[in-house]
Design a protein around this ligand. Sequence first.
Ligand code: IPE
Ligand code: IPE
Ligand code: MG
Length: 240
Amino acid sequence: MSDDLVPNHVAIIMDGNGRWAKQRKLPRSAGHKQGVKATQEIIKASGKAGVKYLTLFAFSSENWQRPKKEVSALMDLFMQALKNEVQNLAENGVRLKFIGQKDAFSKKLYQQIEQAEEQTAHNDKLFLNIAANYGGRWDILQATKKIIKQVQIGSLSLEALDETILEHELATKNLPAPDLFIRTGGEQRISNFLLWQLAYTELYFCDLLWPEFNAGELEKAFDSYRLRQRRFGRTEEQVV
Ligand code: IPE
Ligand code: IPE
Ligand code: MG
């Protein structure tokens, strides 16, 4: 596959862990555990295929509303996955970054996150962004607050404010916009993921549950992406 046909930035809503477990009469936490395995495979396959940026939705701002037991199982799993995987990611050229409101996590998890980011900070083969306690509305709002502050103290004028300046305050600053969005689990919605950033992203929905998603399925998504014509508002004649 030639590199320019591979999406540079892939953003994924990894959905369907709970249903995967339910189908097997297992607790939801077992589905999340299996989901981690799919995540590992997809990270590897993305790097291999030449994807430069991979952004994974691991926990939304709204997911705190789930039963306490599930939330705490998820937090334990994040902690465990970080402990087990960071060394491996570091050795494979992956730069890990968390986007979202990190300070809402326990001190222990927060420290683990910081350490993982530090440990991989020098890498540049694959930029892996984990959206955890992330919400698109939160992101736009926190950026807006920072902008207003700049205007208030006079370091930015309202006239000078443009999309590039706002983008620089988003949690995704320095990341290009996603080229391809994938959601597994059959739902066709954004669920407060990257609202600003997905403006011109190609959308791909897959009925498979996240634990069933694999490298071959990722290739199918890339195949679909390759057939798309991205016009960004222009006419077909203008873009060919
Ligand atoms: C996605 O799977 C994982 C998280 C939201 C953390 P779900 O847990 O939402 O799985 P379903 O949608 O209930 O099957
Ligand atoms: C989106 O999935 C969030 C993550 C996968 C982390 P949800 O399962 O929370 O989305 P809804 O509630 O079905 O929209
Ligand atoms: Mg879900």
